[in-house]
Design a protein around this ligand. Structure first.
Ligand SMILES: Nc1ncnc2c1ncn2[C@@H]1O[C@H](COP(=O)(O)OP(=O)(O)OP(=O)(O)O)[C@@H](O)[C@H]1O
Length: 618
C-alpha cells in the first residue's frame, strides 16, 4: 500500500514537472510573435540576473575595506580604495536601474505583440473549424475557455519564464555564496520554500478544474449580459420589460460562481498561511545560527553582512523562482484549454479516395443529391431520409415544404457545412466530398435566411461576396442594380461608401427589406455558376419582389438557381418545383403540373391564395 502511494506521488510529481516545463508550444507563440523583442528581453534578463550577485560581492569588498581601514592601515590610506569600490557599487546600481527601465519597455511591447499574435491564432482557427462546432455547446465551452485564457497566458508564461531565468541566475550566484560559507543554511532556505510551493501547485490545479466545471454556467451568465447590453435584444427587452428578469438571472449565476470561487480562495489562504508559518520559523532559525557564528568570531564582519544580505536576497530569489515555477505550472494548465481548441480537427476536407465522377448520365446535372440521409450531430431525429433531386444546368428550381422540413439543411449539405450520413452530393458530376471546401464554395453563391448585416460600408457589404475581385470593381454596382437597391444606395449621403447599421458613428440603418436586397447583391456579385437563395424576398415589398423576379433570368444569365421560399408568387416562376416532406422529395414538376396533381403543393398554394382573397374581401 505505501509503495503504491509513493508511486502515485512520483507520478504526480512527474506530471507537475512535465506540465510546468511544457513551455515549447507557448514559447513558440511568443517567438513567432516577436523574435527581436524576445532576444532583447533575454539579454536584458541575463544582465538583470547577474547584477544582484555582483552588487552583493561588492558589498562584501566595501565592508571589508572599510573595516581594514579603521582597524589596520588608517582611514587615509584606504579612502582611495573605498572610492573605487564605491564607484563600482554606484555603476552596478545605475546599470540595474537602466536595465530595469529598458526591461519594462521591452516587456510591454513583447506582451502586446504576443496578445495580437494570439488573437490571430484564435481567429484563424475559429474561421477554419467546421460549422458543426458552432452549433454545439461543448464546442462553445471550449471556444469560451480558449478565448478567456489564450490571449494573455502565453505572455504570462514568457514573463514567468523570464522571471524564472532572471531570479534563477541570481539564485545560483547567491546560492553559491551561501554554500561556500555554510551549506546547511542553503538547505534550510530550500526547505522553507517547499511547503508554500506545494500548496500553490495543488490549488492551481483545483482552480483549473473548477473553472472547467463551471464554464457553461459562466457562459450562461455572459449570455444574459450580452442580451442586456447588445442591440439585437434591445427592442424586446424594453417591450416585454425583460431587463429586471435578465439582471436577476445574471446576478444569481454570478453570485453562485462567486461563492464557489471564494470558498476555494479561503481554503487556499488557510493552507497557505500554515505553510508560511512553517517557512518563517525555519528562516529565523537560520538567522539566529549565523548571528551566533559572527558573535563568536567564526566569520568576518564583511562576511556576516554579505551573508545576512545574501540570505535575505536568496530567500526572495528562491521565492521568486518557486513562485514563477508555480505560475508556469498554472498557466500551462490553463493553456491546455487553448491547445484543446487548436487541436480540433476539421472533418470537412477534400477526401482523396472519393469516386469523383458519377455515371455519364448524371454529368449533365448541375447539382445532384443522391439518396441523402442526414441527422444533426448529437441529435437523433432523421431530418433527411433519402433525398433524391437533380437540377439541370441553367434551370431555376424552387424547393418548398413546411417549417422544419429540412430545406435549409439540404443547402447546408450542398455547401458541405455538414456531411450526410449516407448518400452523396454531386456538382457538375463531381462528388463534392472530393473537392477542396474552398473550391466548392467558390462555385456557390448562397444567401441563407439569417444572412449577415455587416456594419461596414455598402461597398464592403457587396464586395464580401467575392473578395478575389477588386474592391472598386464596377460589378459591385451592377450587382446592386440586379438586386434593385442601386437607386437607394445613390440616395445615401456617401453612396457606396456609406457605413451601414448603427454600430459605428454616422452609420445609416436600413430597413430589413433593404438589408435583404444588399445580401442579394452580395450573392449576385459572387458570380458563381450556382445561385442558392433561401427566402430571398421574405422581407421585400411585392413591387420589389415582382421587379426582381421579372428580370431574374436575365440576372442569372444561364446560371443554375435553387430558390427556397414560402411565397408562392416567388415559387411559381420556377422551371421546376420540388416539395420536401418527411425527409424526402415527394412531389416535383412545374407549377401547373403540381396544381393539377392536387398534392401538398396544391394545398399550400391554395391555402395561401385563399388567405389573400379573404384578406382582400375583408
Ligand atoms: N444545428 C442544428 N442542430 C440540430 N437540429 C437542427 C439544426 N438546425 C436545424 N435543425 C433541425 O432540423 C430541422 C430542419 O431544419 P431546417 O432549417 O432545414 O428547416 P427548413 O425546412 O429550412 O425550415 P424553415 O421553413 O422554417 O426555414 C428542424 O427540425 C430543426 O429543428
Amino acid at each position: 500500500m505505501p509503495r503504491r502511494r509513493s508511486m502515485k506521488i512520483q507520478e504526480k510529481l512527474k506530471d507537475v514537472v512535465l506540465t510546468t516545463f511544457n513551455v515549447k508550444r507557448a514559447f513558440g507563440f511568443v517567438w513567432k510573435s516577436s523574435r527581436g523583442w524576445t532576444i532583447a528581453n533575454l539579454v536584458l534578463l541575463f544582465i538583470q540576473g547577474m547584477l544582484p550577485v555582483v552588487t552583493l560581492y561588492l558589498l562584501k569588498v566595501l565592508v571589508d575595506t572599510v573595516a581594514e581601514g579603521t582597524v589596520a592601515a588608517g582611514p587615509e590610506a584606504m579612502s582611495g580604495k573605498v572610492l573605487i569600490v564605491l564607484t563600482a557599487v554606484g555603476m552596478a546600481a545605475l546599470l540595474t536601474g537602466i536595465s530595469r527601465t529598458l526591461g519594462l519597455v521591452v516587456n510591454k511591447e513583447q506582451s502586446r505583440r504576443v496578445v495580437d499574435h494570439m488573437h490571430d491564432v484564435i481567429q484563424k482557427k475559429a474561421t477554419a473549424v467546421d460549422l458543426e462546432y458552432y452549433e454545439n455547446s461543448a464546442y462553445q465551452d471550449t471556444l469560451h475557455r480558449a478565448q478567456e485564457e489564450a490571449v494573455y497566458r502565453p505572455g504570462v508564461i514568457v514573463n514567468s519564464l523570464a522571471a524564472l531565468f532572471r531570479n534563477g541566475i541570481s539564485l545560483i550566484g547567491v546560492g553559491w555564496l551561501l554554500f561556500s560559507f555554510k551549506p546547511q543554511v542553503l538547505l534550510l532556505l530550500v526547505a522553507a520554500m517547499l511547503p508554500p510551493l506545494f500548496i500553490r501547485i495543488l490549488f492551481s490545479e483545483r482552480e483549473y478544474l473548477l473553472e472547467r466545471r463551471y464554464t457553461s454556467r459562466e457562459r450562461r451568465a455572459a449570455y444574459y449580459h450580452f442580451m442586456l447590453v447588445g442591440r439585437e435584444f434591445a427592442k424586446e427587452i424594453r417591450m416585454f420589460g425583460l431587463g429586471p428578469t435578465f439582471i436577476r438571472r445574471f446576478q444569481a449565476l454570478r453570485k453562485e460562481l462567486r461563492k464557489i470561487r471564494l470558498a476555494l480562495d479561503l481554503r487556499t489562504a488557510k493552507y497557505g498561511a500554515a505553510s508560511h508559518v512553517f517557512s518563517t520559523v525555519l528562516v529565523f532559525g537560520a538567522y539566529f545560527w549565523v548571528a551566533r557564528d559572527a558573535l563568536v568570531g567564526r566569520i568576518s564582519l564583511g562576511a556576516f553582512v554579505m551573508f545576512y544580505q545574501a540570505f535575505q536576497r536568496g530567500q526572495s530569489f528562491l521565492q521568486a523562482v518557486l513562485e514563477n515555477a508555480a505560475k508556469l505550472y498554472e498557466n500551462n494548465l490553463f493553456l491546455t484549454n487553448l491547445y484543446e481548441f487548436l487541436d480540433i480537427k476539421s472533418r470537412i476536407a477534400a477526401e482523396k479516395n472519393i469516386l469523383h465522377t458519377k455515371q455519364v448520365e448524371d454529368q449533365h446535372a448541375a447539382i445532384a443529391f443522391e439518396n441523402l440521409w442526414f441527422t444533426y450531430p448529437g441529435t437523433d431525429k432523421e431530418i433527411l431520409r433519402g433525398v433524391n433531386l437533380r437540377l439541370h444546368h441553367g434551370e431555376v428550381a424552387a424547393l418548398v415544404g413546411l417549417n422544419g422540413a429540412g430545406k435549409t439543411t439540404l443547402v447546408k449539405l450542398l455547401c458541405r457545412l455538414y456531411d450526410p450520413d449516407k448518400g452523396s452530393v454531386f456538382l457538375d458530376g463531381t462528388n463534392i466530398r472530393g473537392m477542396e471546401p474552398e473550391e466548392l464554395r467558390k462555385k456557390l453563391g448562397v444567401i441563407f435566411q439569417d444572412y449577415a448585416h455587416y456594419n461596414l460600408t455598402v461597398r464592403d457589404n457587396i464586395w464580401f461576396g467575392n473578395v478575389d475581385y477588386s474592391e472598386i470593381s464596377p460589378d459591385i454596382e451592377n450587382a446592386a442594380r440586379k438586386a434593385g437597391i442601386h437607386e437607394e444606395i445613390e440616395k445615401l449621403a456617401e453612396g457606396y461608401n456609406e457605413v451601414l447599421g448603427r454600430f459605428f458613428d454616422k452609420g445609416s440603418e436600413l430597413s430589413i427589406g433593404q438589408w435583404q436586397k444588399i445580401a442579394l447583391a452580395r450573392a449576385f456579385f459572387r458570380d458563381a455558376p450556382v445561385v442558392v437563395l433561401d427566402e430571398p424576398t421574405s422581407s421585400m415589398d411585392p413591387r420589389a419582389e415582382f421587379e426582381l423576379f421579372s428580370g431574374f433570368r436575365d440576372i442569372l444569365d444561364g446560371r443554375t438557381a435553387l430558390l427556397i421560399s414560402h411565397r408562392m408568387s416567388t415559387v411559381r416562376m420556377a422551371d421546376r418545383i420540388f416539395v420536401l416532406n418527411s425527409g424526402r422529395i415527394v412531389e416535383s414538376g412545374t407549377h401547373e403540373e403540381l396544381l393539377s396533381e392536387g398534392g401538398i403543393y396544391a394545398e399550400l398554394f391554395e391555402t395561401q391564395a385563399r388567405n389573400y382573397q379573404e384578406r382582400e374581401v375583408v
